[in-house]
Write a protein that binds this ligand. Structure first.
Ligand code: TRP
Ligand code: SF4
Length: 397
């Protein structure tokens, strides 16, 4: 398998909680071992809805990066940066805006949904309408193949694919494309040219997606392939024009199975969360205060774990034996709720221990965090500039 590139962003919401950890972050940590990854703080995205209160955004951004590092994102593996430090995103956004039909933006489901949800705020702004396109620019500028996102973001990835397709269609056409593509194939040299043609035929005749992937891998390997030829060869595999922007695929992040303190999904806005770096005594207090099966009024009343919000936490933090102990103990009133909650408290504290240690290290060395972000920014800009150069050229700017 060839090295696909992954990109994803997160809005800065301040300190993250265990729901983010079990949902998004553990997934990112896993991905960084499998693919080249770029992860960024989407601070401009935060401005699309928080334009009236920008003060908190930058502080939240840094806190969030400390949480990323605490969770195990490794700056030697993944490229970590802040969106607004890579102004190329903005230029691509601008250039793409020229060819983006208004109707496409108005039809993105989150547009109406969020306006209704945040009814107290005026979101009839240019920036908010264009937010999905900004996200497209974030992705397309790195020619990312895969984008890990939650279900709510899937329409944005579909939108991004349509933008890439439209861009390639508008700016990838050239007179004599077929001949120029054939010439580029010939220049690959005997063995490579034959393999390319074979893979192209396999795709065009049998629709084999794998053949396209193999051809991409073949082309990725070649050093010093001129940009124009590269775009022709990529485009010629599937169509009749240059492929300048790459259509990304969504990599659906499984919904966080992390329940909140009240049994509902853990969320900052519900106030039912435990922060990633919540102090140990606060964790203990929060779990002790959790509601339990209402049938257990007294210690001697039997209960049913199925009716208790502590039970889902046992699914995450306890082993089989402990869960059996909870089940029997609860149904027979053999154990009290305080006893029952202790293994959950222990489980969370154990999970948090290494996170807390790493977070402290970075908090005590803010210069280190800044260096990590600067390095990440430099790496990201290098890739971004390359794409932007090709886009400018294609648009004749
Ligand atoms: N829109 C995403 C969200 O609100 C964050 C985001 C911005 C993003 N740009 C991105 C995610 C690019 C993936 C890729 O959650
Ligand atoms: Fe919930 Fe445990 Fe109490 Fe049963 S014993 S009600 S599962 S906290």
């Amino acid at each position: 398998m060839y090295a696909e590139r992954i990109v994803s962003g997160m809005r800065p919401t301040g300190a993250l909680h265990l729901g983010h950890y079990h949902g998004v972050l553990l997934n990112w940590v896993k991905l960084q071992h499998e693919y080249p990854c770029l992860f960024f703080v989407a601070d401009w995205h935060a401005l699309t809805t928080q334009y009236d209160a920008p003060e908190a955004i930058q502080k939240s951004a840094l806190e969030m990066v400390v949480d990323w590092l605490a969770a195990g994102l490794d700056p030697d593996r993944a490229t970590l940066f802040v969106q607004s430090h890579v102004p190329e995103h903005a230029e691509l956004h601008l250039l793409l805006s020229m060819m983006t039909p208004l109707g496409w933006l108005e039809r993105v489901p989150t547009y109406k949904e969020q306006q209704e949800k945040l009814a107290g705020k005026d979101l009839s702004t240019y920036g908010f309408l264009g937010y999905p396109l900004l996200m497209s620019a974030d992705i397309l500028i790195y020619r990312a193949d895969r984008v890990p996102v939650g279900e709510d973001q899937i329409p944005h990835i579909e939108f991004t694919r349509e933008i890439a397709r439209r861009f390639n269609h508008l700016y990838g056409r050239e007179p004599g494309f077929e001949e120029k593509a054939r010439e580029a194939v010939r220049k690959l040299g005997g063995k490579r040219a034959r393999l390319y043609d074979e893979l192209r035929t396999r795709f065009q005749q049998e629709g084999e997606k794998e053949a396209v992937e193999q051809a991409h891998a073949l082309l990725e390997e070649i050093q010093h392939l001129p940009v124009a030829d590269r775009e022709r060869l990529f485009g010629y595999l599937e169509g009749t024009g240059k492929m300048i922007l790459v259509e990304p695929e969504a990599l659906l992040t499984e919904a966080a199975r992390m329940p909140g303190l009240d049994g509902a999904k853990m969320s900052k806005s519900y106030g039912n969360f435990i922060a990633l770096r919540e102090p140990a005594d606060a964790v203990t207090k929060k779990i002790r205060a959790m509601p339990t099966d209402p049938a257990r009024v007294r210690r001697t009343d039997p209960g049913d774990p199925q009716k208790c919000p502590v039970w889902p936490l046992h699914q995450i933090y306890s082993d089989e034996a402990c869960r059996a102990w909870v089940k029997t103990g609860c149904q027979s009133a053999g154990i009290g709720c305080v006893d029952c909650k202790q293994p959950v408290i222990d489980g969370i504290l154990k999970e948090q221990a290494p996170l807390r240690e790493r977070a402290e290290y970075y908090q005590d060395n803010p210069a280190l965090v800044r260096d990590i972000l600067n390095d990440g920014c430099a790496k990201a800009r290098e890739l971004a500039r390359e794409t932007l150069r090709d886009v400018r050229e294609a648009m004749g700017v």
